[in-house]
Write a protein that binds this ligand. Structure first.
Ligand code: SAM
Length: 260
């Protein structure tokens, strides 16, 4: 695995939550965060969002365009939460297809593989350890690229978007689900209180790692807002870029297409 950026993209500093650190440090720190929380990751998602992440993920997967023998790449796929929904959607429509989960973190993938084995979800799902910034897949090879709650953790987001564009076939669909910019000023103080006080405490209690959830809250605030991300996708080459706010913009689904 290499995390070396292209020269033109090189940055001396990048964000890690509210801190500015070197890009290589960020990759290592993000990996450490997910190494540490991997075994409690799914439980913590349910607790901290009161189950809302399930509804967001279902809405996200509903937007995926399926066709026979579709090839879907789920980047930063972690424990396979999106992939298992995609798999169920394929089954429901009685379609064959391939779902490839690509994540930089072996432990998250291992957690997912164990869970998939328990649930009998093995056929049609591949697990690949790889970096969103240097995808180990050929150009023009995927019909759909999904990334959920992943782009925020990537050091070179523009490079990851260019990689998404590269691996998609002409006519391919890009979908990103991510925390975004809350559009309701009245809720903002409550959201801040929850993010910066309650969440790290909950994280410490459940995973033993409060700072990992402090990082989560901070990284959300540093992530590009809806219109900025839309612009970044257009810069990467995507057409017909649009976004949909969920829960007053707490999260958003961005969608774009690689023109035929
Ligand atoms: C918050 S989890 C999201 C997991 C899953 N998509 C979900 O929605 O439950 C973020 C994932 O991004 C992965 N990740 C972070 N940086 C990455 C990178 N540069 N390339 C690929 N995966 C990365 C982490 O290892 C982690 O599994």
């Amino acid at each position: 695995l290499t995390n070396e950026p292209k020269d033109k993209d090189f940055k001396k500093e990048t964000d890690f939550g509210f801190l500015n650190i070197s890009p290589s440090e960020k990759t290592a720190k993000v990996r450490a965060v997910f190494d540490h929380v991997a075994s409690q990751y799914d439980l913590m998602n349910d607790l901290m969002s009161a189950g809302l992440h399930r509804a967001w993920k279902n809405q996200f997967v509903d937007q995926v365009s399926l066709k026979p023998d579709v090839k879907i790449l789920d980047v930063a796929g972690g424990t396979g939460d999106i992939a298992s929904r995609l798999w169920a959607k394929l089954q429901k429509k009685m379609l064959q297809g391939t779902i490839i989960i690509c994540d930089i973190n072996e432990r998250m993938l291992q957690e997912g593989k164990d869970r998939a084995l328990n649930n009998g979800l093995l056929k049609g799902i591949e697990w690949v350890c790889g970096n969103a910034e240097r995808l180990p897949f050929p150009s023009n090879s995927m019909d759909v690229y999904t990334i959920a709650f992943g782009l925020r953790n990537v050091t070179y987001k523009e490079t990851a978007l260019q990689e998404a564009f590269r691996v998609l076939k002409p006519g391919g669909q890009f979908l990103c689900l991510e925390f975004s910019c809350l559009q309701d000023g009245l809720l903002a103080p409550l959201y801040d209180l929850y993010s910066f006080k309650v969440l790290p405490m909950l994280g410490k209690w459940v995973t033993g790692n409060g700072p990992a959830y402090q990082y989560l809250a901070e990284s959300i605030r540093r992530f590009p807002n809806q219109t900025t991300l839309k612009g970044m996708m257009e810069d990467a080459g995507f057409s017909m870029v649009s976004y949909q706010n969920l829960f007053k913009g707490l999260t958003a689904i961005h969608q774009g297409w690689k023109k035929i």
